[in-house]
Design a binder for this molecule. Structure first.
Ligand SMILES: *Cc1c(COP(=O)(O)O)cnc(C)c1O
Length: 342
């Protein structure tokens, strides 16, 4: 399978912008090439357009080669760029599990790409055959998310691999919540799958949603294409510095994950004691989806008590459901106390 056969013609023939920092790489003593202000170091200089220092640090933590990493302004950026590389507006289409993370559809709409939904089963798992049946010769991308948002479950690994190996296009596997899952990341097997893109993020387990840093792991062909069309300096120096600080303090992240996993057990135990909770779905993420009698009423009540959860009542298969993020012990207890009074 040749990834370049899937690329839009205008992107294939595109002459990308060549910035000053692309043209000269390496160390010099006098930089007079980029019209920067010579004062106010270090913020006066354009940052590394390919963020190699950050990628090398991520490479050590994730066991993925730096050449197989793309960094963007949140996961939102690679999601959008994948459409722009592979999907011809008003011609191509994508297939996604449903329900799932909302950005895949919004980004499809912005790019004028048909978005086809394949409903998950009652147990929130999916079938590769059903995804393939929904596709045609213009299907360029399949969207999977595991553990899935908002359902919380991980997808069956064999079905994921079946889809990647059968589909003759790009398969995106969003692993935003992988650090909370009992299953290992598919990054370990990436080399076998040239059409696979794995998304991860600094926004969840890494506790850094504010710095906006998303990661895409893929074959060098795909990384080359994403780099070809991204904004030249898409990740700013403040984000790069903060990401390096987080990467050098990975023990803290591991601590948070351990704490949140035990808080997840605590929260679920407390929820189980409540009569208003009709069902608690199994979760591999840092949130839990629960079904209640009247999700809208419960949501409004909690808002009035200054507690915000996510109302998923109008999402496919999630009628009557509320999504609750695992918080600190104090936050979880506050939620439970108010739920008791509803
Ligand atoms: C939260 C979340 C993300 C993170 O997006 P960022 O743009 O990196 O903050 C990505 N995918 C899913 C499924 C999420 O729930």
């Amino acid at each position: 399978m040749n990834i370049f056969d899937l690329v839009r013609k205008n992107i294939a023939s595109l002459q990308p912008y060549s910035c000053a920092r692309d043209e000269f790489k390496g160390e010099a003593s006098v930089y007079l090439d980029a019209n920067e202000n010579p004062y106010n170091a270090p913020y006066n200089r354009y940052p590394d357009p390919l963020q190699w220092e950050v990628k090398n640090a991520i490479s050590k933590v994730k066991g993925v080669n730096a050449e197989n990493i793309f960094l963007g302004n949140g996961s939102d950026e690679p999601i959008d760029l994948l459409y722009r590389v592979f999907c011809e507006p008003r011609v191509d289409n994508v297939v996604a599990i449903e329900p799932t993370y909302g950005m895949y559809k919004v980004s499809a709409n912005i790019n004028d790409i048909e978005y086809r939904k394949v409903l998950l089963h009652d147990d929130f798992n999916f079938s590769a055959d059903e995804m393939l049946a929904a596709s045609d010769e213009n299907t360029k991308i399949m969207w999977l998310c595991s553990p899935n948002n908002p359902t919380g479950n991980r997808l069956d690994r064999n079905e994921v691999i079946k889809l990647i190996t059968t589909f003759k296009g790009i398969v995106v596997l969003d692993e935003a919540y992988i650090d909370f899952s009992s299953e290992e990341s598919l990054t370990k097997n990436m080399a076998e799958f040239p059409n696979l893109v794995i998304l991860q993020t600094f926004s969840k387990a890494w506790g850094s949603a504010a710095i906006r840093l998303g990661m895409a792991f893929a074959s060098t062909d795909i990384i080359l294409l994403l780099n070809k069309i991204k904004y030249p300096y898409n990740v700013n120096i403040l984000t790069q510095k903060q990401a390096l600080a987080a990467l050098h303090n990975k023990n803290q992240v591991d601590e948070w994950i351990k704490t949140l996993l035990s808080e997840r057990v605590y929260l679920i135990d407390k929820l189980r004691e409540l009569k208003i909770i009709k069902h608690i779905y199994p979760t591999d993420a840092n949130f839990v989806l629960v079904r209640v009698e009247d999700a809208n009423a419960l949501y409004q009540y909690l808002v009035s008590q200054s507690i915000i959860v996510r109302n998923r009542n109008s999402v496919s298969l999630c009628y009557g459901c509320i999504r609750i993020t695992v918080g600190t012990r104090e936050e979880n207890d506050t939620l439970i106390e108010h739920l008791k009074q509803f």
